[in-house]
Design a protein around this ligand. Structure first.
Ligand SMILES: Cc1cc2nc3c(=O)[nH]c(=O)nc-3n(C[C@H](O)[C@H](O)[C@H](O)COP(=O)(O)OP(=O)(O)OC[C@H]3O[C@@H](n4cnc5c(N)ncnc54)[C@H](O)[C@@H]3O)c2cc1C
Length: 383
């Protein structure tokens, strides 16, 4: 006996859950707001960790497919000072525990591993209400509804399912990314390409950082991080790409030209991505028939763990439902008992690191970052 599962959101968390349920013969339907799998490019590269994201891939029975997606050499890492000096560098020797894959490839891998028709595209949820007895009614933007005995919110930071469980809302963390792409680095951006190297680059300072990845197709993906208020960003006209680029680049006046080239040579309009968080350690009382996974449950400041945690949540919930067939509440309680402290710990680590950096003089930021990575490597978290 098992209750069919209704999952809201076909991100990495929701799709991992659907796949693990499928492996265990439990039917699931996913409702996704986007009109099709190709409606939006899926963002950049993700490192999938051996201590969380890869465990989820294993539970989904897709390790071989996953290995086929890994981009060779991309675990290389370097830290540069603002004058372009390489302060620390680590080659990718193929033994690291954080292989890099394109997010779009990972999502496609999961979609391809689901029975046709599992995902209902173009179904934007506008709200959900409790009917009692663990049942919920979900309403879509077109006015349609479904009633379900087991509802899972995998619908990201602005979850429409979350209000069934908690009144908590994400708050701006005081930092935003500006996202820029440079295409055909080898031929069109050789200096920027050489600066990034084969994997990822970090050029940190107090309250700002240039972070870049070499992605598939000789593409450089740049995140410029700025610790500024939302009002500060609102004063920049992002509909005028040249003016926005110039304003963002001005924050890096005096930095080495090979670093600022990662901003000024952008081939795409800069996109603002403010970062939001739920309170670290956020949890809720058990409500029959509904739970949350991934960002819907614990969106947190960027720390390279969010997608990994979302996938692990999806896998763990799927495994719990398979282990407690006929007792949905035992499955949900078991899943939440493990998920709350797991996400709280990761969130607290990220917050502690943020506080550490905030208290450090500008010129010491790269050193502190390098030491923090060394400590993580030693702990097996950043090999
Ligand atoms: C700029 C940036 C960089 C990041 N880099 C990394 C990284 O390197 N490594 C890492 O691990 N994490 C990273 N993260 C975090 C990571 O992206 C998220 O934690 C992860 O995507 C969460 O997965 P999810 O499945 O919970 O939610 P999402 O990926 O947000 O998926 C939610 C899905 O639900 C759908 N949806 C939303 N609302 C509705 C609705 N009302 N009705 C129906 N469907 C809906 C959405 O369209 C989407 O498909 C980054 C985040 C940002 C912002």
């Amino acid at each position: 006996m098992h209750t069919p599962v209704t999952i809201i959101g076909a991100g990495l968390g929701g799709l991992t859950l659907a796949r693990v349920l499928h492996v265990h013969g439990i039917p699931a339907t996913v409702y996704e707001a986007e009109p099709s799998p190709k409606a939006r490019t899926q963002g950049g590269m993700l490192d999938i960790h051996d201590y969380n994201g890869q465990l989820a891939v294993e539970a989904a029975g897709l390790l071989d497919e996953f290995r086929g997606l890994v981009l060779e050499g991309r675990q290389a890492m370097r830290v540069l000072g603002r004058d372009g000096t390489v302060l620390a560098e680590k080659a990718d020797d193929g033994t690291g525990g954080r292989p890099e894959v394109q997010r779009g490839d990972l999502r496609r891998m999961l979609l391809d591993a689901l029975p046709d028709g599992t995902v209902h595209w173009g179904h934007k949820v506008t709200g959900a209400r409790t009917l009692g007895d663990g049942r919920h009614e979900v309403t879509f933007a077109d006015g349609g509804t479904v009633v379900t005995g087991l509802l899972v919110g995998a619908d990201g930071a602005w979850s429409r399912v979350r209000p069934l469980l908690t009144a908590a809302k994400p708050e701006y963390v005081g930092e935003a990314f500006v996202e820029i792409y440079l295409f055909d680095a080898g031929t069109r951006h050789p200096v920027a390409g050489k600066t990034v190297g084969g994997g990822s680059l970090m050029a940190p300072a107090s309250g700002k950082e240039i972070h870049a990845h070499r992605e598939s197709g000789d593409m450089l993906h740049v995140y410029v991080s700025l610790t500024r208020s939302l009002d500060w960003f609102a004063a920049i006209d992002f509909t005028d790409p040249a003016a926005a680029t110039a304003r963002v680049a001005a924050e890096f006046d005096g930095w080495a030209p090979e670093l600022t080239a990662l901003i000024t040579e952008g081939d795409t309009a800069p996109v603002l991505r403010p970062l939001y968080t739920l309170p670290i350690g956020h949890r809720w009382e058990r409500v029959p028939g509904v739970t949350l996974i991934g960002d819907a449950a614990h969106v947190m400041p960027a720390n390279g763990e969010g997608a990994n945690l979302a996938m692990l949540d999806g896998a763990e919930l799927g495994l719990a439902l398979a282990a407690h067939r006929g007792d949905v509440e035992a499955a949900l309680a078991g899943y939440e008992e493990a998920m709350f402290p797991r996400s709280a710990e990761v969130g607290a680590e990220g917050a502690e690191f943020g506080e550490l950096l905030a208290g450090v003089a500008d010129e010491d930021v790269p050193r502190v970052l390098i030491e923090a990575f060394a400590a993580l490597t030693e702990a097996g978290r950043a090999s």
